[in-house]
Design a protein around this ligand. Structure first.
Ligand SMILES: C[S@@+](CC[C@H](N)C(=O)[O-])C[C@H]1O[C@@H](n2cnc3c(N)ncnc32)[C@H](O)[C@@H]1O
Length: 277
């Protein structure tokens, strides 16, 4: 992980600043106890306390990588990139970054940090960054206890991951931005119609921030044709329906060679309220 990204971090145990050791292999905090965290070979840091949970499993990460790398969500990544340019965000955290699809794609010209509870996700993200020569840094951590300095970030991305408003407000600089993405009403309607007799519209996110200013809400919708069983099953396995669908309903996807579905994203751009105002 690049030194400039380490400058954003704090020790997850005592909250002190951290620095890279001279050999560049670990990170040590400046607190009295000198807590030490090794950098993995692929360059990520594990800053998750042992009790911190594990996030998504390896199979789910592999499925998401397979589907996302095929480009079906690329228009969403491009739109997020445009918004980051518009708000001139340089120091950016991707909170709940999974395998770092957006973090890596949007890292050029930015100090970009991705964190996730899933070690498999972060490992995949860091390996991908290394293989592609990208500058994004990655750490295993909960987004409810962010290992970043107070007021250090220009923007936080929160894409299909839990929203931790209090922590986000602490880590954003005065007037910093939170870009939250969730499923729009008709997201994956085509997939649901294949499986269920009655396919209902999505209810929308229930964890929207209450103490930040909503600057804008926008919808990004388009239709894709998902090609081949590998991508169809990968898409299905990265949805919440995967866990709640009966084997009989799941089997309805098996004969499909293509699947046409709407993708419908709900984007919310918030601004943190200036501290002291
Ligand atoms: C649906 S995935 C979205 C991943 C990525 N943002 C994307 O859109 O491709 C949700 C992610 O949130 C992570 N997650 C869930 N709870 C978390 C927490 N408390 N702290 C950090 N990450 C968390 C999961 O491990 C998973 O990678």
């Amino acid at each position: 992980m690049h030194r400039s990204i380490i400058d954003l971090l704090i020790c997850p145990v005592c909250g002190a600043d951290v620095a890279l050791t001279e050999d560049g292999r670990s990170c040590v905090c400046r607190g009295t106890r000198r807590h030490c965290f090794d950098l993995a070979k692929s360059g990520y840091l594990n800053l998750n306390p042992p009790t911190g949970g594990s996030g998504d499993e390896r199979a789910a990460i592999r499925a998401r990588t397979c589907f996302l790398e095929a480009g079906y969500y690329r228009p969403l990544a491009d739109r997020i990139g445009e918004i980051l340019c518009e708000i001139s965000a340089r120091d950016v955290l991707d909170a709940g970054c999974g395998e770092g699809y957006y973090t890596n794609l949007l890292s050029a010209g930015r100090r970009m940090l991705g964190i996730d509870l899933s070690k498999s996700g972060i490992e995949a993200a860091a390996k991908s960054a290394k293989a592609k020569g990208l500058s994004a840094g990655f750490a295993v951590s909960s987004l409810f206890t962010l290992p970043v300095r107070d007021g250090s970030l220009d923007a936080i991305l929160n894409i299909f991951a839990p929203c931790a408003e209090g922590e986000f407000a602490r880590a954003l600089r005065d007037g910093g931005h939170l870009l939250l993405v969730g499923a729009g009403e008709r997201h994956l309607m085509g997939l649901k119609q294949q499986i269920y007799e009655h396919a209902y519209e999505n209810p929308g996110r229930a964890d929207l921030p209450e103490g930040m200013t909503l600057l804008r809400r926008e919808r990004l919708s388009y239709t894709v044709t998902v090609c081949g069983q590998e991508h169809i099953q990968a898409l299905f396995s990265m949805t919440p329906y995967y866990w709640r669908t009966s084997p009989t309903d799941r089997a309805k996807l098996d004969p499909l060679e293509t699947l046409e579905t709407e993708l419908d994203f709900d984007l919310f751009l918030y601004q943190s309220i200036k501290k002291g105002s």
